[in-house]
Ligand binder design. Sequence first.
Ligand SMILES: [Zn+2]
Length: 417
Amino acid sequence: MRSTNRSWMKKSSLAFSFALLFPFSFGWVGDIALQFASLATTRAYPVTVNSQDLMKSYQARKLTVLIVPGHDNIDPGAAFGDVSEADINLTMTKYLLERFGNDANIHASSARDVVSGDYSPEIKTYIAEEKEDIDSWSKILRALATYYRENNALKPEALVHHNSANPRVARVLYGINRWANEHDIDVVLHVHFNDHTRRARSRPGNYSGFTIYAPHEGLPNGRASQELAQSIFDRLNDRFPVSDLPGEHLGVTPDAELIAVGANGSREKVSFLIEYGYIYESQFKDPEVRDKIVREMAYQTYMGVKDFFEAHALERARETTLIPYVFTRDLARGAKNDPDILHLQGALNAAGFYPPSGKTLNRCPINGSFGPCVERAVKSFQSAYGINTTGTVGPQTRAKLNERFSSSGASTTAPAE
Ligand SMILES: [Zn+2]
């Protein structure tokens, strides 16, 4: 199935192939392309998707979502200690598929099997069989983008520079974009965890937090992708720190370089790439805590998509997968990688006590460890309910926590006084 808005791309591709074959005609072909572009909208690329298109698919109960767990069995991506990005990406995809898969308005699939990590047979065959076509298509797109840039018809300011993908990975990513275009996929969501140069492999890096890379607004799919990405950002932002790497700090980072989001006009409909956090952050270290965090992040991602299509999704849904929860043990400073503490942080966060005032989620992540951040938050919770401000969770504090957070109808609003 080919969507109708491919025709402009075919035309410019044809003209451009011709120009590449006959260099003398390069000038006038390019000039016509530019004139056409500036006459229409003063942008190099026409817009190929808008939010109304997405809404129509959603309301017809067939919003198609392709989840692409970043990297693959040949290139495992970032690593920290025994934490591997490839593994977390697959786990995240598993939880995203669970959420999207239970939604009657959405058809979701993954580009790779969440257990074996192998590409889906359809995508694998497509990339193998269309190899030459994918390569020449991407070559034409790159040449056209270069021409636009050289003639100032495309001026994307780069906020963050990326390492360029090797030829194999580039072909896979262009292949996925082309496949998604041909199969009329509404949304392609790339799942990643970030990394940053570290002084030693065993030591955490300096930056933390998530960011969503969305295509630059000069690209055909830029505007609509940024709008949906913003909705997901708003959800994730309640629970998780926004990246403090300069350039990523906006939360939704416009990008014109990443093939995944549609660099050089390679993607017609919505695409974005979520870097859910830095691989070395404390909340990803312990397997049990990590699993709960990843599940929560997948839930917030899904709810961000729901918010985009249904204004009232927020009111009807659970705020977080971390509550309701029944607290059964005393909890005190010093405990690490403890699921009970993770749920405590989640509950306090939903009720507005965590992170403690004056602190950010970058400094005080929801990570299952009881340090000064949790201590301060427990104290303000205790103080709000007239409990001795010990900073530890004993019987009295636990009873209040359970009163508020142990049943699904539990209110998360702050006390009246
Ligand atoms: Zn990655």
